[in-house]
Design a protein around this ligand. Sequence first.
Ligand SMILES: *Cc1c(COP(=O)(O)O)cnc(C)c1O
Length: 377
Amino acid sequence: MRKLQMVDLKSQYDKIKDTVNASIQEVLDNTTYVNGPEVHKFQKNLEEYLDVKHVIPCANGTDALQIAMMGLGLQPGDEIITADFTFAATVEVIALLGLTPVLVDVDPNTYNISVEAVRNAITPKTKAIVPVHLFGQVAEMEDIMALAEEHNLYVIEDNAQAIGANYKYADGSKKKAGAIGHVASTSFFPSKNLGAYGDGGAIFTNDDDLAYKLRGIVNHGMYERYHHDVVGVNSRLDSVQAAVLNAKLPLLNDYNKARREAADKYNKAFAGHADLIIPFVQGDDDSHVFHQYTLRVLNADRDALLKHLQEKGIPCAIYYPIPLHKQKAYADERYNEDDFIITNQLVKEVISLPMHTELDDEQIDYITSTVLEFLSV
Ligand SMILES: *Cc1c(COP(=O)(O)O)cnc(C)c1O
């Protein structure tokens, strides 16, 4: 059996080596390492793929979120509602900009931000909602957009984990994750569904004025060379990363399909087990692109299972072990434990198994039988 990895980037690279190498070689030959033609080409390719008017490439997914918030003109004191159960980048940039993070609980089925909890957290100071499409599944965007419209709020999608996922509206129509809110961010960190070979990120929007602002902010607030109209940052996707992404974007749908197929195989083995809750998929199959395959372990010692799997050569991880409202940096006496019942439970029960595009049947069988064996004793 091939060695198990949480993410197998080497096997994936081996299959696309010629295309990726040729794409990188072009950058080496034309020496436009920064802002080269590859970056512009990737921007156009991604705009077309997502069916969104503007893609603004930048240095990473955390910058993308920060720049999106800067572009919206959010001011210190403005309250930004986001999920308690996510990676810290989301709340970090809110705090960095002097905005007030308001963490709320998540949905017990999808683990995405609870629309009801958002509704209850809205105050006259609320300016934006940041849904995170956690583990690859799009949040309940139709309800979130309606709520935002009702209260005149911005919606910033953190799409770092769900690029390529489709959201299905009640009328059956579909849009790509990241093309629904006022603005969205994503990350091309190597392990993400569309991963570069280093850091990278992007911001998406359909709003022409906002896109104009964002293009200046990523480039030191310059709209005209050496004229700095606003305070900006320096955040660029470099040409080598864009070259890698140009080679990989045409494969994204196949990659997401491979992840879904691996998830289906896991599900087949685990469905109906009294000690496990398998991932819930809302809408059609293509609404979840399985950035992670995350189980909930009931009536058993999750940490002992984690240790057992690791001893058996199966990498696995806890995403996420501590709710953000309990992190030292983001704890606040405003928070009440009764408002975080689901997150507090999830952090004790979740475990994420290896999930990537290169998992074969032998590997999945070994993983599933090792999990089931542990639970049967
Ligand atoms: C990975 C990730 C980010 C940050 O992306 P970087 O490129 O690592 O800065 C932000 N939000 C979520 C939900 C993520 O998973």
